[in-house]
Every structure is written in structure tokens, then in C-alpha cells.
Write a protein that binds this ligand. Structure first.
Ligand code: NDP
Length: 321
């Protein structure tokens, strides 16, 4: 479905905040938000169809990253799936009408875009985007980029290889479900253990977990088995060391992540999405959507407030936009 570039508006509807605070206090909907009219040579303008939300959206809204992200007002949102409506002069990979998805912030916490994806239109560099797998809906595609790319980057930092064992701390959330799926389908772990609360153990099994651990009943560090990699997505880096083999590694994505745990902030790369595309097209990797998905655009405050409870299963996606 190609859209006529000549109908690109000068203004767009968008959620924004002008001061830091809770979503309910600071997030406002503007039906007439000015849309940047100039694209850099490497950028594309996207008609947003769906956008997923991530913990970084509420952490940023609360002002946790003020040092590296001082600008206000901000239109939040990293993840997008939509249709290209205009391309910059040097864009090679995409043309008007292409269905794309990606995380529009190259560095997770710095040089962040002021105009994010919780808007009818957004702008991103082509290197951050990929073609949407044809078997996925826009809702499914929007749920993927930041979480999948983060999960994958941890395996790269750990130099994880086939035949190693892994314990995932927090297997049921946006990132955790992909740590499990990648461990099983892409990195070929020999054994996968993961923690979650009681009601989510069945999901862990479905994703490929050999040993689901109910953290409401057992402490993972008290169990006898130790792992080559403990991958922490909930902020339990200190406890993680009690579950790792002597020559094993701990990766954590939750700051501050004291060494020797490996902490990193993700780098968005469309190439990761392109590389993993066959796994989605063959059904080996599956988007996991929270029961509240899709959340209508009018209910973004409720969606972000819900994500802040840290009880989401898989991803919360806003649609239609
Ligand atoms: P989610 O909000 O999707 O995580 C929610 C899930 O966490 C729920 O399913 C919940 O399961 C699970 N959970 C919460 N507490 C525990 C616990 N004590 N033990 C096991 N599971 C638990 O978050 P994301 O997955 O999107 O992000 C996770 C964290 O990683 C966030 O802090 C985020 O900011 C950070 N992050 C960091 C990045 C980086 O580049 N460094 C990139 C992406 C994310 P249950 O209900 O069963 O408790």
C-alpha cells in the first residue's frame, strides 16, 4: 500500500511530555504536533501503524537518563512498524510503500530522538530498520526490535556457543522471552533454565525451557545445577554469580550491573532484524504478545502504567495509530 508523498502533513498526532514524571501526570496527546519536514539523506519518514513500548520509555519519562537525554519536550517510543512514505536522498534499502520495522534510537540511552514512535509519523535512519517479515502483522513486528536486538546482543557479548547451558533470570518479559527463544533456536544451548512466577511457567516450557523455576517457591541460587551463562534481565546480578559455573559468565541488562557481570546498553541495528528474519518466517521465533495487546492509541498512558508494574508477559503494543 503506497502512500502519496504529497499528502504528508505538516503536523501529526503524537503523545509527548514537557516535564519528567509519571505517565498519568506528564503524558499528553497533541493532535497537532509539528512534524519535522526535512529528512537527512539516510533517513526515512514512516507512517506508524503500530508501536511497542519498553521499560526505557517510562524510565526516560521519569528523568532517569537526564544526563544523557536532557531535551524536552519528548515524543516517547523506540519501536515501530509502519510504511515508508518518504526517503532521504541517499537511502538505498527502502522505497516509498515498503513495510518496515525497527528501533529508531541507535544508542539505547544517548543521542535519543526527540520525536519517537508514539506518533502517527516518525523518522529513522535506514540502518536501524528492516523489511517487515511478510508473515507477521504490524502489531507483531512492532513488538520485536528493541527486545530481540537486546537479547541477541547479550549472547554476542558473552561469546555464547552451541552446547553451553544458560539460566535466564526473568524469562517471561519482553526481553526474557527472546533470550530463551534465541538460546533454543539460534544459539543451540544444551540446557535452558529460566525463572518466572507460577502462572508463567507453562509459557517458559512452550518457549523451550527445560527447567522452569518458580521464583515464588525456590531460590535459583540454592539449586544444585550451575550454568555456563546466567543472563539477567531483572536486576539480580549479585545473586546470579551463585548460579554460574566457575568459568561461566553473567550478563545483565539492568543497570548498574557491577563487574564482573557484563552490562551493556543495546545498539539498534536493522541488520540483526534482517539476519533473524528467516527464523520468524519459518516460525522458529515467535512474537509473544501480552494479553493487553493491542492497546488503542488513546490508551497509551494506561499501557505505559501497566508496563511499569513489571508484570507484562511478552510485549505491549499500541495499535492502531
Ligand atoms: P518487562 O516489563 O517486559 O518485564 C516484565 C517481566 O519481568 C514479567 O513477565 C515478570 O514476570 C518478569 N519479572 C519481574 N520480576 C521478576 C523476578 N524477580 N524474577 C523473574 N521474573 C521477573 O521488561 P523488559 O523485558 O522489556 O526489560 C527488562 C529490563 O531490562 C528492564 O529493566 C529494562 O529497562 C532493561 N533493558 C535494558 C536494556 C539494555 O540495553 N541494557 C535493553 C532492554 C531492556 P513475573 O510476572 O512472573 O514476575
Amino acid at each position: 500500500m503506497a502512500e502519496d508523498a504529497s499528502i504528508i502533513p505538516t503536523h501529526t498526532k503524537a503523545w509527548y511530555y514537557s516535564e519528567h514524571g509519571s505517565p498519568g501526570d506528564v503524558l499528553k496527546l497533541d493532535p497537532n504536533w509539528p512534524l519535522p519536514q526535512q529528512l537527512n539523506d539516510d533517513q526515512v519518514l514512516i507512517k506508524v501503524i503500530a508501536a511497542s513500548i519498553n521499560p526505557v520509555d517510562y524510565k526516560r519519562m521519569h528523568g532517569e537518563f537526564k544526563d544523557t537525554d536532557p531535551h524536552l519536550p519528548i515524543v516517547p517510543g523506540y519501536d515501530v512498524a509502519g510504511i515508508v512514505v518518504k526517503v532521504g536522498g541517499e537511502v538505498k534499502k527502502f522505497k516509498v510503500g515498503d513495510e518496515v520495522y525497527g528501533d529508531i534510537n541507535e544508542q539505547g540511552l544517548s543521542n535519543l530522538k526527540i520525536h519517537g514512535t508514539l506518533s502517527e509519523y516518525t523518522i529513522a535512519e535506514e540502518r536501524l530498520l528492516a523489511h517487515k517479515p511478510s508473515n507477521l502483522s504490524f502489531i507483531e513486528a512492532a513488538s520485536i526490535p528493541l527486545a530481540l536486538e537486546t537479547a541477541n546482543e547479550g549472547f554476542e557479548h558473552a561469546h555464547f556457543s552451541a552446547g553451553k547451558s544458560i539460566l535466564v533470570l526473568g524469562g517471561a518479559g519482553g526481553v526474557g522471552n527472546y533470550v530463551i527463544q534465541l538460546a533454543k533456536q539460534v544459539y543451540k544451548a544444551s540446557k535452558i533454565a529460566a525463572t518466572a512466577s507460577t502462572g508463567k511457567l507453562e509459557l517458559l516450557r512452550e518457549l523451550g525451557v527445560d527447567l522452569p523455576i518458580d521464583y515464588t517457591k525456590e531460590n535459583f541460587e540454592d539449586l544444585p545445577e550451575k550454568y555456563d551463562l546466567v543472563y539477567d534481565v531483572v536486576g539480580q546480578g549479585d545473586r546470579a554469580f551463585k548460579a554460574v559455573k566457575e568459568d561461566g559468565k553473567v550478563v545483565t541488562i539492568v543497570p548498574p550491573g557491577h563487574p564482573p557481570a557484563m552490562f551493556f546498553v543495546l545498539t539498534s541495528k536493522g541488520s540483526i532484524l534482517e539476519n533473524l528474519r528467516p527464523y520468524f518466517e519459518s516460525g522458529k521465533l515467535k512474537p509473544i504478545l501480552d494479553a493487553k495487546t493491542p492497546v488503542p492509541f488513546s490508551q497509551v498512558i494506561e499501557a505505559i502504567s501497566y508496563l511499569e508494574t513489571s508484570r507484562a508477559t511478552g510485549k505491549v503494543v499500541v495499535y492502531p495509530i
